[in-house]
Write a protein that binds this ligand. Sequence first.
Ligand code: PMV
Length: 332
Amino acid sequence: MKPELKDGTATVMAHPNIALVKYWGKRDEGLNLPHTGSISVTLSPMKTVTTVTFEAGLEQDEVRLNGTEADAGTLRGTVKVLDLMRGRAGLLTRARVETENSFPTAAGLASSASGYAALAMAAAAAAGLRLSRQELSVFARRGSGSASRSLHGGFVEWRRGELADGSDSCAVALAPAQHWPLKVLVVVVEAGPKPISSREAMKRTVATSPFYPAWLERVEADLPVAREAIETRSLETLGLMAERNCLSMFATMLGAQPPVIYWRPSTLAVLEKVQALRREGLLGFYTMDAGPNVKVLCTAETASTWRTALELIPGVQSVLECEVGGPAERLA
Ligand code: PMV
């Protein structure tokens, strides 16, 4: 045991990600172990920048998010990841954590994904640990499942794993960002916090939805389709699979007791517009996470046409244009 570390500090940037094959449901609540694997694409330029400083003399971890003291949930998750890192490094020193998000927190834009990915990498570096991205993804996973995928750039698979301790439930890179320069338009219809956390919603779905077993089959069928579509850069195959997969996830939530409904009327208006434009020959596909906002997958050539059309839909507040992002990286 080396109980005190002298002021180790590190700053890390990580991008959020959007799942194309979703993670929805845990087989182990404590360890954040998923029932299935999932596949995502990392999104730039949205980002989280986190600085972790282990500071001798601090009595407890101090966590600030966008300049103000973190809420109880964020604090709990952050302390959990820091404790795991301290355990690995043989440290007792408490830490000061400063996090800034470049996009609205808790709007279904996966700020927890970039947040816990940046935290895991910064905490490891500040503690003097040299861990692979795969190892870091296991720490990030404990904060939030989808965070495991934000250590890598490009297209990423979080493997379900088989081991009871979760050490093989980690994220691996499928293809780097340069492999396929797609665009993702984030269509914001509501930027406030969501009515129910994804943690609670997936727990309720697993426990009560009669459609959950069908969801597990859906994902097992979609994973190989997604891997191949990414490898061969087939937007149509990937996009149709992503739409089907996301609608199936929402179907399991509608079957929960009480039902979970994240959509707003303008969510549906966006989905209808995407389908209408596709019928007119503009290639693009939607997906959504646990929130009302929609993400549209399209090529770089069609992105500005898509953007103009999406901005005109009543109820749409803004459209953020993203590209496929790189891996989490240490800035200082
Ligand atoms: O990582 P969590 O606990 O925020 O859950 C994420 C769930 C979805 O965003 C809906 C799907 C996914 O795979 O990211």
